[in-house]
Design a protein around this ligand. Structure first.
Ligand code: GAL
Length: 417
């Protein structure tokens, strides 16, 4: 679909910009980093590029998970109006590369040694047919709990190690009159939480089979049904106003102590960081109960478009800055993520960041590093969207039972494949 839409414009834009004058000293970037923590992280990049004399042309499209941003990107590219780069997730990069609209950063990658420093799990999505088409900015991981420490102390809670422990902890919060679980009722947030529920319920092998291999028997299984049961249980701990709430507002509920916990990717930590909160003192980061030892990841990539020649120097500057070791540390400290290179010291990271770096390394070496289906790293966008849709209908009661949810999930994924 994407290919058909874009193929004509790839040619058209090439012709339109065939004549080039001097290098344009500007980076145009499409992204969905509009929350406090995200904007603070992006400022690190803007600052680094400004030092090199590049102006920043911001194209922000709000909406966590990037669905709205990807709609905007499609329209821009279809009009032959390529940004220098766009924030993208996993399979989306490959889709655009297959459509023939991405640039080629291989020369820069060689010069900078990306082959050696960027883990294979990320190269799978940033290199297409031997060419570097994207610069990975970070590695996020979704199977985390973010807990308000004062509330935890008040209710006498301890780290939940199993799903049942988690339910018991949520019950304690409820008894104390605190909102147990801060959730934003948007499909991508619900599905991001369900990624963790499935890993916890079925274990690493099951998660991989169901959500990375799209194995039919696993998708249909009783374990998947049990996962929906567990999701339904969690939803009983959410406040009545959760529908449509943005993820960062859910994080703010935990930061303020209005809620005990949020299940969210570690971009949530960027919000704690922006609010000057310290792990261990103000908040706690634990792996989602029953998922210790595994990491469900996504990585923000800057997809590099095949821009006209006079804009290529700016693109190279952006790519080089993005993967520099100093930037990888400075940016990810603020963003809540961990570096997309394996050779960046963890010195400047807080306790949660250090744990994130160590967990990623261990999972990568131990074969328990899995792509997030909700976050574009489990399967192509059509499948991910079908998944988000079913999970959300279940959370909002349009799909009533776990049995029905399993049937709908299998059907939706089948249709999308
Ligand atoms: C994710 C992205 C993160 C964060 C989050 C919420 O998809 O990877 O960087 O921005 O959305 O906006």
């Amino acid at each position: 679909m994407l290919r058909k839409l874009l193929i004509g414009t790839a040619l058209a834009s090439g012709l339109a910009f065939a004549a080039h004058a001097e290098d344009v000293k500007e980076v145009q970037m499409l992204h969905w980093w509009t929350s406090g923590g995200e904007a603070a992280a992006l400022n690190v990049l803007k600052g680094d590029l400004a030092k090199e004399g590049y102006a920043w042309k911001d194209v922000p499209v709000a909406g966590g998970g990037g669905d709205a941003a990807m709609t905007a990107l499609k329209a821009m590219v279809a009009a032959g109006n390529y940004p220098t780069a766009s924030q993208m997730l996993g399979y989306t990069v490959l889709d655009y590369a297959a459509a023939g609209v991405m640039g080629d950063l291989t020369e820069t990658a060689k010069k900078e040694g990306w082959d050696k420093s960027v883990p294979a799990a990320l190269q799978k999505f940033s290199v297409y047919e031997g060419k570097w088409v994207a610069a990975p900015v970070n590695v996020h991981s979704v199977n985390w709990l973010w807990i308000n420490k004062a509330v935890m102390d008040k209710i006498g809670g301890t780290e939940p190690k199993t799903f049942d422990d988690f339910v018991a902890l949520l019950d304690k919060a409820k008894a104390a009159g605190v909102i147990p679980l801060a959730l934003g009722g948007q499909n991508w947030q619900e599905a991001t939480m369900f990624d963790s529920v499935v890993l916890s319920t079925g274990g690493p092998e099951f998660y991989k089979k169901a959500f990375n291999d799209l194995d039919d028997a696993s998708l249909k299984s009783d374990t998947m049904k049990k996962s929906f049961d567990n999701l339904a249980k969690l939803v009983t701990y959410v406040d009545p106003n959760f529908s449509g709430r943005d993820w960062n507002l859910a994080t703010a509920m935990v930061i303020k102590g209005d809620a005990l916990v949020q299940v969210m990717g570690d971009w949530a930590k960027g919000e704690f960081h922006a609010a000057n909160k310290t792990p261990g003192t103000d908040f706690l980061c634990y792996r989602f109960p029953g998922t210790d030892g595994s990491v469900i990841y996504n990585s923000d990539m800057f997809g590099m478009f095949n821009v006209p020649d006079d804009r290529k120097a700016a693109q190279v500057a952006l790519a080089t800055a993005t993967l520099s070791k100093s930037f990888q540390s400075a940016f990810n400290v603020v963003k809540g993520s961990v570096p997309a290179r394996t050779d960046v010291p963890d010195t400047d990271f807080d306790a949660c960041g250090k744990k994130g770096i160590a967990d990623l390394k261990a999972a990568n070496e131990g074969g328990t590093l899995f792509g997030s289906l909700a976050q574009g790293y489990g399967a192509p966008p059509a499948v991910a969207n079908a998944y988000k849709d079913v999970v959300s209908k279940f959370v909002h009661g349009q799909i009533k039972t776990s049995d029905e949810a399993v049937t709908e999930l299998v059907k939706a994924i089948d249709d999308a494949k």
